[in-house]
Design a binder for this molecule. Structure first.
Ligand code: ADP
Ligand code: MG
Length: 266
C-alpha cells in the first residue's frame, strides 16, 4: 500500500500525550431504579503522540464503555479524557472512530462513504477527490470505489471504515474490536495492513481488543484491564521488534504473560 506523509514524522516528540485518560469512572444506573453497574473505576493512562496502544481485557471489563467515553459518545461519571490537552466533550473530527460492527452507510458507495466526513468539514470537491483517491490507495480498495458495502467482504468493509476515519486526517485513530467479525486469516492480514497505515501516516492509535495475540502483534504498550469493576490491571511495554512473528519465543512470552494477567485460558 502506498504511504501518506504527515509532515512531522518522528514519534513521541510532543510533551502533551495525544490522549490522556484521567481517573475515568462510569456507573450505569439501571433505569428502573434497581441496581447499578460500575463499568469503569479510576482508569488512568496516557497515549503518546504516534504511539500504538492496545487496551485488552475480558468481555464485560468496560472496553467499549472506555472507547465510547474517549470518542465523546458517552459521558464519564468521574474523571476526564483530554485529546492533545483539550477536554473531550463530544464527538470531534480530531478522532477517527472505527466500530466493532460495520458502520458504513449502505446507501453510499465506497467512494461516497470515504468522502462523507470531508463534506462535513467543508472541503472543496477537488480536495475531496484527491483525498478519497489517497485513502482508497492506502487501504488497497481503489478498484472498489463504485461498489456498495453489501457487495464487500467483512475485511473490505473494515478497510473502508478505516479509510473513512482517516480521510479527515484526525489526530487519533480509535478502534473497538474492528477485526472481531472476520476470519483468522483475514484478521492477520488486516493487522499487517493497519500497522502499515500507522507507520506511513504516523497517527496515534488506540485499539481495543479482547484478543491477546492481536494486542501483542500490534501494540507498543498494552493496557491490561480487569473486570468488576472495570479497571487497569497493568500496563505492559511490548519490547519485540516489528514485524512480529507469532512463532518467535519473545512473542509467545508476552502472550502468556498478558493471558496470565487477565486469567484467560491459554
Ligand atoms: P466490554 O466492551 O469490555 O465487553 P462493556 O463496556 O460493553 O465491556 O460493558 C462493561 C459493563 O457495563 C458490562 O457489565 C455491561 O453489561 C455494562 N454496560 C455496558 N453498556 C451498558 C449500558 N448502556 N447500560 C447499562 N449497562 C451497560
Ligand atoms: Mg466491547
Amino acid at each position: 500500500m502506498a504511504g501518506v506523509n504527515r509532515g512531522s514524522g518522528s514519534r513521541a516528540e510532543s510533551a502533551d500525550p495525544s490522549v490522556a485518560v484521567d481517573a475515568v469512572g462510569k456507573t450505569y444506573d439501571d433505569g428502573d431504579g434497581g441496581g447499578s453497574v460500575r463499568a469503569l473505576d479510576d482508569v488512568s493512562f496516557g497515549v503518546g503522540s504516534g504511539e500504538f496502544v492496545c487496551v485488552v481485557g475480558p468481555s464485560g471489563c468496560g472496553k467499549t464503555t472506555l472507547f465510547r467515553i474517549i470518542a465523546g459518545l458517552t459521558d464519564a461519571t468521574d474523571g476526564a479524557v483530554r485529546l492533545a490537552g483539550a477536554p473531550v466533550t463530544g464527538p470531534t473530527t480530531d478522532m477517527g472512530v472505527v466500530f466493532q460492527e460495520y458502520h458504513l452507510f449502505p446507501w453510499l458507495t465506497v467512494e461516497e462513504n470515504v468522502e462523507f466526513g470531508l463534506k462535513r468539514i467543508d472541503r472543496s470537491a477537488a480536495e475531496r477527490e484527491r483525498r478519497v483517491d489517497e485513502m482508497l490507495d492506502l487501504v488497497g480498495l481503489t478498484g472498489f470505489r463504485d461498489s456498495y458495502p453489501k457487495s464487500l467482504s467483512g475485511g473490505m468493509k473494515q478497510r473502508v471504515a478505516i479509510a473513512r476515519s482517516l480521510a479527515v486526517d484526525p489526530e487519533l485513530l480509535l478502534l473497538d474490536e474492528p477485526f472481531g467479525a472476520v476470519d483468522a486469516q483475514t484478521r492477520e492480514m488486516l493487522q499487517r495492513e493497519l500497522l502499515d497505515v500507522w507507520a506511513s501516516t504516523g497517527k496515534t492509535v488506540l485499539f481495543v481488543t479482547h484478543d491477546v495475540a492481536e494486542a501483542v502483534t500490534l501494540a507498543d504498550r498494552i493496557v491490561v484491564m480487569a473486570a468488576e469493576p472495570g479497571r487497569v490491571d497493568e500496563i505492559v511495554d511490548v519490547d519485540v521488534p516489528r514485524p512480529r512473528e507469532r512463532g518467535d519465543p519473545a512473542f509467545g512470552e508476552y502472550v502468556s504473560r498478558v493471558r496470565e494477567l487477565i486469567g484467560a485460558v491459554p
